[in-house]
Design a protein around this ligand. Structure first.
Ligand code: AMP
Length: 493
């Protein structure tokens, strides 16, 4: 039976705003979160960007605040009643925009606070009175220090992408912020993964929460995302990428690198080779990040090179190509990355350029997916000899690897051959991702890489994540309601 927004208990103002967006059916996370939040319950939700989670918390939050909204223009009548914390500026901006969009028929005011931009306009906005504050933790604490924000009247707290916030070293900032909030409040925690640290945070924060679990909107099992691996030597990756972009006439490509420096270097090199590219990462100023994203969306640049953290929360519609220039150290990041393509019912392609030394990382990803990714060898770009351990792993299940010798004398990029490969050994525990530090605001202590380990558990851990959402062929029916509500019980482990 088709579930409607009004059936979830949302008011006419909110259902109208939702209808204006063209949404006809709530997503699984919305079906579960909206009634629980309207009841005033705390929520612990396993959902990431792309599942419709923002509306899942924003709609009921708006409704609860609207019940006692003050129509007075006096700033004093508009204390901060809801605080939404996000790890990155881009996500904060998107969330605040959603709050505005969904709340357009309600007399509630929202504002946005993040670092990398001047603090004064934010101070002015806070002075004018704000009901809903969307903020990144570092800049919020700057305001606390300057006494330009008062959090003593907060009724609802949302921690959005809590795993990323911990991953980025925000835990101390979050604890400092929690200490400033009234004890009696509603707490909503959204996280894509559930590490022990998230559980610890949730245990201390949430009171008898409704537990909600939904799978990513799109994951590796999506038929809309074609996945390919190109074995290639590290030093040949850039040429191979340029070749793929040019030969395939790719117009919009999101490329992931592991480091900010690597993102800069690659985008510069591509530009020098005549392919318009730009980089987006935490060291760039906010105006530069906004421009990079706008240029990419508008088609002014073909290649956007991003680090995982910068790309997190970006909702770019109909992205046809995603390239893993570096293979992520955390297998779940692969799923997040490729979830950027194949949207809106269009087919997408996720390409991974795998150097011999990254083979163990690929094995880890394939274990998470529960299947192998098809390999293609592009003549002239083949990778060199593999590390001995990988060679051994292959011998247990011989690969139909295109012989290097047989390719001799052919022109580079001439043929593509699908190749099977054997399963390797367990991926080694990897060093911290060098981008898992900051989002360019003030510096908290960072325990980068410790809190989002490959052992980090997801809801339904040790299972390959299954797509819970139907393809987005149309606005309605984009999500099949397969999500499971855990009936208020915390899942063990
Ligand atoms: P989010 O996971 O909150 O980042 O949302 C991902 C995208 O889904 C956003 O572009 C929303 O506008 C869109 N969206 C959210 N809820 C719905 C819905 N019920 N039906 C269709 N689209 C939705």
């Amino acid at each position: 039976m088709t579930q409607l927004f009004a059936g979830l208990g949302l008011s006419a103002e909110l259902t109208r705003a939702v209808a204006d967006q063209g949404y006809t059916q709530p997503t699984p996370v919305q079906v579960q979160a909206i009634p629980a939040i309207l009841e005033g319950r705390d929520v612990l939700a396993g959902a990431q960007t792309g599942t419709g989670k923002t509306a899942g918390f924003a709609l009921p939050l708006l409704q609860r605040l609207a019940a006692q909204a003050n129509t007075s223009f006096s700033p004093a009548r508009h204390p901060v009643r809801a605080l939404i914390l996000t790890p990155t500026r881009e996500l904060a901006a998107q969330v605040e925009e959603s709050v505005r969009t969904y709340g357009k028929y309600l007399p509630l005011k929202s504002t946005l606070i993040y670092g990398g931009v001047g603090i004064n306009p934010q101070i002015q906005a806070l002075r004018r009175g704000v009901d809903i504050l969307v903020a990144t933790p570092g800049r919020l604490l700057d305001h606390v220090q300057q006494k330009t924000v008062d959090l003593s009247r907060v009724e609802i707290l949302v921690l959005d992408e809590a795993d990323r916030m911990l991953d980025m070293g925000f835990i101390r900032d979050i604890r400092r912020i929690l200490a400033l909030l009234p004890a009696k409040r509603q707490n909503l925690l959204f996280s894509a993964t559930f590490t022990d640290d998230i559980r610890k945070l949730a245990d201390g924060l949430l009171h008898a929460p409704a537990l909600i679990q939904v799978a990513p909107r799109r994951n590796a099992e999506s038929e809309l995302v074609g996945q390919r691996v190109y074995p290639v030597g590290q030093t040949r990756k850039r040429d191979l990428l340029a070749h793929l972009v040019s030969e395939g006439d790719w117009r919009q490509v999101l490329v992931f690198t592991r480091t900010k420096h690597g993102a800069n270097r690659l985008s510069e090199q591509l530009c020098r080779g005549g392919i318009q590219a730009t980089a987006i990462h935490g060291n760039k100023s906010q105006p530069a990040r906004t421009k990079a994203l706008a240029d990419f969306k508008a088609g002014a640049v073909r290649v956007l090179v991003a680090t995982d953290i910068a790309a997190r929360g970006l909702d770019i519609e109909e992205l046809p190509h995603v390239v893993n220039f570096d293979i992520p150290h955390v297998p779940e990041d692969y799923v997040h990355r490729i979830g950027r393509t194949g949207r809106a019912g269009s087919t997408g392609e996720a390409i991974s350029l795998v150097a011999p030394e990254e083979r163990s990382l690929l094995n880890g990803i394939e274990r998470l997916l529960g299947r192998r990714i098809e390999q293609h060898v592009l003549t002239g770009f083949e990778s060199g000899p593999e590390p001995a351990s990988q060679e051994r792993a292959r011998q247990t299940q011989p690969a139909r690897h295109a012989s290097r010798d047989s390719n001799r004398g052919r022109r580079p990029g001439r043929t593509t051959e699908p190749v099977n490969h054997g399963r390797g050994s367990k991926p080694a525990r990897e060093p911290a991702n060098s981008d898992r530090g900051r989002d360019g605001e003030h510096q908290p202590a960072t325990n980068a890489g410790q809190l989002y380990p490959s052992s980090g558990k997801t809801f339904g851990e040790n299972q390959p994540r299954r797509a819970a959402m139907a393809p987005r062929g149309s606005r309605e029916g984009r999500w099949a309601p397969q999500a499971a509500l855990l009936n208020g019980r915390r899942r063990a482990g």
